[in-house]
Design a binder for this molecule. Sequence first.
Ligand code: IVH
Length: 669
Amino acid sequence: MSNPSAQTHIEELREIIRRHDELYYREGASEISDREYDALKEELAQMESEAGLDAEDSPTKTVGDDRTEGFRKVKHRRPMLSLDNTYNEEELRAFHVRLAKMFDEGAELEFVVEPKIDGVAVSLTYEKGQLVQAVTRGNGAEGDDITRNLLEAVPDLPRELKDAPELIEIRGEIYMMAEEFLRINQEREESGLPMFANPRNLTAGTIKQLGGVSGRRLSIVLYGVGYCEPNHFAMQSDLHEAIRGWRLPTVEKYWRVNRIDDVWAAVEELDKLRHEFAYATDGAVVKLNSFAMQSEAGMTSKAPRWAIAYKFEAEQAETLLEKIDVQIGRTGAVTPVAHLAPVQLAGTTVSRATLHNEDEIKRKDIRPGDTVVVQKAGEIIPQVLSVVMDKRPADSMPFEFARFLEERGIKAERVPGQAAWRLTGQDDPIQQRRRLTHYASKQCLDIENLGEAVVDQLVTAELVADPADLYALRKDQLLELERFGEKSAENLINAIEQSKQAELWRLLHALGISHVGKQSAKDITQHFGTLDAIMEADPETLEAVDGVGGIMAKAIVDFFADEKNRALILRLREAGLNFALADSEKPAEAVEGGVLNGKTVVLTGTLPTLTRDQATALIEKAGGKTSSSVSKKTDYVLAGDAAGSKLAKAEKLGVAVLDEAAFRELVGE
Ligand code: IVH
């Protein structure tokens, strides 16, 4: 057997890999790229085999574990396995040779080549054609029941399959569309919250939220069968066709090929096409097409022998890290950002990249002046992957985050238990500037000519420290500032004056309450009508608003409970700001007092006489509004023929269901 130091090294590597597994599978927050992770595993596997030391619980023998507390555990009827990865053509050809040896000479091997989706694995069970549950991979043998979250996040997932087998477990990946990812991150940025690194991590986090999915939209793509009774398919390609036939979301393209040269050609073609797909595709999966031959080839404890993943090169580029700077969020979050010499990457010019936090900089030992490798995470946000050590300047010094902040006079502290830093105190001039710029921005009170530079001047001259101070500004004070003339001073005073009339949602958004983005501000003000009503609202009342969850409700209540904030609101009121909805903004119901005042109705199925538009018009006339998905906030479901899953959900949640006749009666038609 081995020497003790090899054993220690193996143990250490196992620990490191387990930690990354934990981050990837349970916390949805990986710190290293797939390739770095695979390299660690490869190193471990090699050491284990050299030392003759393998253990059943080694990460080289098990699949990662995504199970988390708070979810019901469900056993898979057949294990959900992982795939072995390859990174080059030779390894792919070696897979073919290995496989061919398992069968009689001359046996025809047919393959399916399909996209490898970079998402979160899921297994859907349909019984008698009805969707009954969705389960994560878990440890491969048992996973978490995520049915509720999935139905909420993927409202258009078919709940019913026509002509389906008695019982089928269909497998696939949950993912988030780029657009949705960017929307959420933009809202996070506006709310001063740290941004998510990539759509995969956010998908994993969303699907495992205990209090619902916070209005986040996910998508799904299905490509596999875990169990099927009675046995329905002979081949993987039959399965793809059946999935398509059931109108379930499926892979955009797959190839059926025999020769290994054609397998390779398909892989190369996929690499070109994948950027057009709705989901991030980080590789190709090559599978034996025949299910009978798959059984014959068998599997290891971790992965099938009949399939392999070929991982595409992530698009990377080398460039100079000119400097590290920080970005300060509206609520004071301090995030390090890399300023790069512009470089072309996956079709765009990249000149900035996120460095996430202090620990990330330390772990990768990133320093200004370094040549770094940048990569797009999930093909969206550029990140600094590693430093090219050979190109490090001789006089380079480690980057010290705390010192960097101190030198720039940025008063901040590390949030206990986290890697994030936050500004201390609202009196900090940087924080004041950040809040004022947000207050005046287009998405808030839209005060023309009050951008960063002017805010900077006003704060430096100690004329303004918070938004209420703006309304006391005088023209003569502005005239004393550089670059201000008669006209520009007058324009600014007028613009500030005008902001007093702005719509209420603008003011609510401008206050900078954590988690409250533009859309939430609109929804909340529509619901409550006045700022006073919002200030008085308790968490339950706030949560009654569509799109407001527990975290946001708490942030709002906390904000208005703070004496400093109440004092600011009082001064804004005294300055004459608009604290209520204008009549024209009020929802129809408040004006007309209809029977559906403040009620939400979901339409589903085909009504006997009314079209969707006509039904919607009647709902609105009665003061109600329509929504596309059923939740506990839905008041009525108006159901017609072939109503399907929304009706089922309404029944499950105990939401009142109306047919057209009952609806007509209710609205007095
Ligand atoms: S087949 C038993 N096909 O990648 C075969 N997996 O890295 C295992 N994945 O666990 C699944 N796209 O979650 C298969 N077209 C595809 C896939 C795919 C993504 C995931 C799956 C698997 C993981 C392995």
